[in-house]
Design a protein around this ligand. Sequence first.
Ligand SMILES: [Fe+2]
Ligand SMILES: [Fe+2]
Length: 286
Amino acid sequence: MTEYRVLHISDMHLSQVRPHNVRNWDFCVAKIEELQPDFVVVGGDMVLDDPDAADDHAFAHAQISRITVPWRALAGNHDVGDTAPAPYQGQLVSNERRKRFLSLYGADYWARDLGDWRLIGLNDLIFASELEAEREQATWLAARLKEWREKPIALFLHKPLCLDTLSETVITQAAVTPVGRSRLLELIADSDVRLIGSAHTHRHRNFLCDSIAMIWTPTIGQVNQGFRVPRGGDQRTGWIMYTFRGQEVEWELMHFPELQPVDISELVKNYKAMRFVPPALSAALS
Ligand SMILES: [Fe+2]
Ligand SMILES: [Fe+2]
């Protein structure tokens, strides 16, 4: 039986000026070349910190484009802005910020069929945004799900759909908001969504929610021990490799000694955000 290997890699946070994550990225590019997965989900937060930093976008896109196997990218909050009501650094997702992502990476929602499975990537930053793009994505998703009603689906988002349960009411930058979550759940209610892969929290967790496997891929390098939410999880660097075979899926959390954690806790404490960190201090971390 044909099997398909899909790599879920995320939170690269790349910048030429503040290059502390580039060494780990170089390793990733070489390792992907060696492993030759059938597809790579690039899980978002390609850029260092500021969604309006044009140079970081150009550099990050050039770096991601070094991947030599088929790949698609998801938008992260650092790429297109964050969700209401308390977006990171006050930078809300907008048409303008999203447009830059589209010009670099193509559509921010996409489907890829691998045997019996359909993989669907969504832009969760526009969930509950009330932007026209939210409605367009929902219409597109409903059509893609209808075509695949009897077969398994793997969804990929940037932020986790929830921290613990689908009915939780907490509003946090760490996960999709309750309104965004309920809109998505309504859309997928009649479909066979088996797993939801996400990133964003820079840590691995996996748990079941109403028979859907929630699988959080870790970061390839940048860690912030100062983040208090969400609690727990495995903050070691790495990625998730999925193997899709028939109607089954297996996944493996992979770590590599070459992926050295880059701890930005002190810098964020001192400078509030990585965009304000003197470049020399970033370079000293790598
Ligand atoms: Fe991130
Ligand atoms: Fe993120």
